[in-house]
Design a binder for this molecule. Structure first.
Ligand SMILES: NC(=O)c1ccc[n+]([C@@H]2O[C@H](COP(=O)([O-])OP(=O)(O)OC[C@H]3O[C@@H](n4cnc5c(N)ncnc54)[C@H](O)[C@@H]3O)[C@@H](O)[C@H]2O)c1
Length: 258
């Protein structure tokens, strides 16, 4: 028995990092996982990994900012698999130019388009399928940068803060349809995204000194994708049935310190 037996779960940005781990763990818990990813190579590779582990995956190459394309994928999934139980809005970018003094309007709009607007798009497209069955889970991957800032990624902060506020709005609106909407806020995670301008920010001497050795992160290490995927599986599972509109912070204790 898996925690997600029989469920159809959509995961955006499934080709690497957290999306890959979430997809693998959902499949290991019995879900049929629909992988949404703009990178054709990685989405196929993750689908193969899941199949080799005995799970079920359906890969789709998709840019989640393409509303028409996203709509076609959702319709195809609903037609072929007959239901959509869970959407995980995970895809995002962490662009190199992110400060108000250095970015451009185009930079800002690109980040908001992927990191916030596509969350709206995916949710809008799947919600009617969940309403029809009076059942569903929508899980947003936010960030601690949605309520605290490193000071160098304004558009990313704005998008993640928007997701946290939108989680509340969606939870209130969709509760009457038994659709639970929650979010997770990872802290520092070791994924390809943690490489900024060619440097993995979780491995620099300053990072190790402050966050690890001096325990700014009380658990004394950066997070791994698997540290978040279990939380997402919980939110998608029947163990989570009376909680909606919430943000679960998965940061090794970082935001509990001062
Ligand atoms: N890595 C961290 O430290 C960290 C911390 C907090 C929150 N997060 C959040 O976790 C989520 C996953 O991050 P990650 O670290 O795994 O990042 P990542 O860059 O390793 O993976 C993101 C995936 O999303 C895909 N993607 C990006 N834009 C897309 C688009 N337009 N359409 C479809 N797919 C797209 C990428 O191709 C990639 O496969 C993101 O929402 C991120 O903001 C990450």
């Amino acid at each position: 028995m898996g925690l997600l037996d029989g469920k159809v779960c959509l995961v955006s940005g499934a080709g690497q990092g957290l999306g890959r781990a979430i997809s693998r763990e959902m499949a290991a818990e019995g879900a049929a996982v629909v992988l949404l990813e703009r990178n054709a190579g990685t989405v196929e590779a993750v689908a193969q990994e899941i199949a080799e582990a005995g799970g079920t995956a359906h890969p789709y190459q998709l840019d989640v900012t393409d509303y028409d394309g996203y709509g076609k994928v959702v319709a195809d999934v609903a037609g072929k698999l007959g239901r959509i139980d869970v959407l995980v809005n995970n895809a995002a970018i962490n662009p190199p130019t992110r400060t108000i003094l250095n970015d451009t309007l185009e930079d800002w709009r690109r980040t908001i388009a992927i990191n916030l607007e596509a969350v709206y798009m995916g949710s809008k497209l799947v919600a009617p399928h969940m309403v029809a069955r009076n059942d569903g889970r929508i899980i947003h991957v936010a960030s601690i940068q949605g309520f605290a800032s490193s000071g160098d990624c304004g558009s990313y902060n704005a998008a993640k803060g928007g997701i946290i506020a939108y989680t509340k709005s969606m939870a209130v609106e969709l509760g009457r349809y038994n659709i639970l909407v929650n979010a997770v806020a990872p802290g520092f995670m070791v994924t390809p995204m943690s490489v900024v301008n060619g440097i993995d920010e979780t491995t620099t001497p300053d990072f190790i000194d402050w966050y690890v050795t001096r325990r700014k992160i009380p658990l004394g290490r950066s997070g791994l994708p698997e540290d978040v995927s279990g939380t997402v599986v919980f939110l998608a599972s029947d163990y989570c049935r009376y909680m909606t509109g919430q943000l679960l912070v998965v940061d090794g204790g970082l935001m509990s310190t001062f």
